[in-house]
Design a protein around this ligand. Structure first.
Ligand SMILES: C[S@@+](CC[C@H](N)C(=O)[O-])C[C@H]1O[C@@H](n2cnc3c(N)ncnc32)[C@H](O)[C@@H]1O
Length: 266
């Protein structure tokens, strides 16, 4: 999936910081870039987006026939405004999880900028993206299916996932970013439903788990607030620059400073 905050370009750097362990836990799975690029014996992958978790479960249980079902939606005939809005409406009204999951893949690749946005009624409302030839991620879905035999997927808020962490686990957290500007939280525009109190609660969880001997690594923007928060909770910092699309304009890429807060058991 194209996913805001996806970590494909940072995977090598993130993995360098992760200890070996019996199981990797990702409370903010998103497009699951770290899962797809590591080799733990087992995984617990969680996210608060039910559509994403239903898609992963559908792919995990059904494999090839589901991939072929999804592929059918990726024809030139279905890449137009009329089809897009019909499929978007079907997605918002169907109770059929298999169909809804396939339409989620279609919408993700045909909508504007891969944005996953819902209105107050919980309906997907990102507009049509006018992509020339949307890419069907068949190979990526195959790879996901093979790896998924080692994974459990749960729809959960991060605190519920943290409660399930056991001895021998390693935890990688990729919460929605804090805004780069310190005042942006006041507008609530950037928080995406994940506010500063949530960031504090997450850092507290990391502190609790590291005291139980469990390694936790958290990604975020490198700002004074995030550094203070994680240092205060006992983490050491890794900082690096990464090129990232910050505005809605895909051409507009800037260097952004990223942070990995490593909570290392002694
Ligand atoms: C930055 S993205 C994760 C990106 C992911 N690492 C990747 O490579 O694609 C953050 C994810 O957290 C999820 N999320 C937001 N609030 C959450 C919460 N309170 N608990 C759990 N997941 C949450 C979002 O649905 C989103 O998928």
């Amino acid at each position: 999936m194209k996913w805001p905050g996806g970590k494909y370009r940072l995977v090598t750097r993130i993995c360098k910081q992760l200890d070996h362990g019996k199981r990797l836990v990702e409370p903010f799975a998103g497009s699951a870039a770290v899962f797809l690029n590591t080799n733990y014996n087992r995984y617990l992958l969680a996210d608060s987006n039910p559509d994403l978790i239903n898609l992963y479960r559908q792919l995990q249980t059904e494999g090839d026939s589901f991939i072929e079902f999804c592929r059918d939606f990726f024809s030139a005939k279905k890449n137009n405004e009329k089809s897009f809005y019909e499929y978007r409406s079907d997605f918002n009204h169907t109770d059929d999880i298999r169909l809804k999951s396939a339409l989620f893949v279609y919408l993700n690749r045909h909508c504007y900028n891969g944005l996953c946005r819902y209105n107050a009624k919980g309906e997907f409302n990102t507009p049509f993206g006018r992509h020339h030839r949307p890419y069907f991620p068949g190979k990526e879905m195959q790879h996901f299916f093979y790896s998924a035999s080692k994974a459990e997927f749960i729809h959960a808020r991060f605190s519920d996932t943290m409660r399930r962490v056991q001895e021998g686990d390693v935890v990688y957290c990729d919460p929605p970013y804090t805004p780069l500007s310190e005042t942006a939280y006041f507008t609530d525009y950037f928080s995406g439903g994940f506010n500063w109190d949530d960031q504090i609660e997450l850092a507290e969880w990391a502190g609790k788990l590291v005291r139980r001997g469990i390694q936790v690594v958290i990604s975020n923007h490198n700002t004074k607030s995030t550094r203070d928060l994680y240092q205060g909770a006992g983490a050491r910092m890794k900082k690096f620059k990464v090129r990232r699309t910050i505005s809605c304009d895909a051409e507009n890429r800037e260097m952004v400073s990223e942070l990995l807060a490593v909570f290392q058991p002694v």
